[in-house]
Design a protein. Structure first.
Length: 310
């Protein structure tokens, strides 16, 4: 097994090797043991200062990173653009350089513009973790999703994973496709044709418009929410109609001749993409994903910090 990451920043899954992903997972296995102990802290990042720089709203991802940082004993600075000098016209680079001048070692960043973390990585020395850049990538979500599949099914290679829903506006979908393919899984995307990117098949994924056929094919269904906040025009007639054709309910799952694993990155629009009796069923590993997110983010932060010390 390799001993360190091949990248200085976690900007996207596209930049990682299969060996990098396996190293993150094996490190996350160790941190899962830590967060299930009575004393849930280790001093691994005691001398490291991490700034959570969020230019977009976030609940789950920001909380998960903050908890991961606290479990590693890091010092934390939280930045939100809604009450900052960004509102006064300050540039992204000036904002981050001001934060770095306070001797910050690592930046966890979410930004509405695709490529924003990549731009920053060319201008600053601190390690950068991309916590989501527009509709481009969300690498730690893909890592925790893939880690959760590995935990539930014993491995990822050879598994069939269907990503169902709003593929067009999702940063989770692209990162998941890259992560799953690097570890040897087969990937299918499924949704209304208006919510599928035009050239998605060029990524080597199967494309399916019928949700029942997708469920009959897959071992795992990773169901994405409809991102109404990113949609400038109507992509389907109504949420009710979307739910009718693409929503997954208990009756549909029970009619399959096999059991499949249901995942969702959250937040769930209950009654739209998933019914409550599916989201809360034994099929679903949604809360496992949340728990695994802390361990995987601990692993990423620890491994990147280790690079800086070497």
């Amino acid at each position: 097994m390799q001993e360190q990451l091949s990248v200085k920043h976690l900007l996207g899954i596209k930049d990682l090797t299969p060996g990098d992903i396996e190293l993150i997972f094996e490190t996350a296995d160790e941190f899962k043991d830590v967060i299930n102990r009575p004393i849930k802290k280790v001093p691994s990042l005691r001398d490291v200062t991490v700034a959570n720089v969020f230019f977009e709203n976030s609940t789950r991802t920001k909380l998960s990173f903050e908890l991961a940082e606290k479990r590693l004993s890091a010092d934390i600075v939280n930045f939100s653009s809604s009450n900052s000098s960004v509102k006064k016209g300050e540039t992204l680079l000036d904002t981050v350089n001001n934060i770095l001048s306070m001797k910050v070692d690592m930046i966890v960043m979410r930004h509405a513009s695709p490529g924003a973390p990549h731009f920053l990585s060319k201008h600053i020395k601190a390690n950068i973790v991309n916590a989501g850049d527009g509709t481009h990538e969300h690498p730690t979500q893909a890592l925790l999703d893939t880690f959760s599949i590995r935990q539930r099914l014993g491995g990822v290679a050879g598994k069939k994973v269907a990503i169902i829903g709003d593929i067009l506006h999702s940063r989770v979908a692209l990162s998941n496709i890259f992560a799953l393919q690097k570890l040897g899984a087969e990937v299918m995307v499924c949704g209304p044709i208006t919510l599928l990117p035009k050239h998605i098949a060029s990524l080597g994924v199967k494309v399916e418009l019928n949700v029942r056929k997708a469920l009959e094919w897959c071992d795992v269904a990773n169901v994405l929410r409809i991102q109404l906040e990113r949609q400038q025009i109507k992509y389907f007639p109504s949420l009710r109609e979307y739910s009718l054709y693409y929503g997954i309910n208990k009756k549909l799952l029970d009619s399959l001749n096999k059991e499949i694993v249901i995942m969702h990155p959250g937040p769930i629009n209950r009654g739209v993409e998933l019914s409550s009796d599916v989201a809360d069923s034994d099929h679903a590993i949604i809360l496992d994903q949340v728990e695994n997110g802390v361990a995987v983010r601990m692993a990423v932060l620890y491994l990147l910090a280790s690079l800086s010390k070497n």
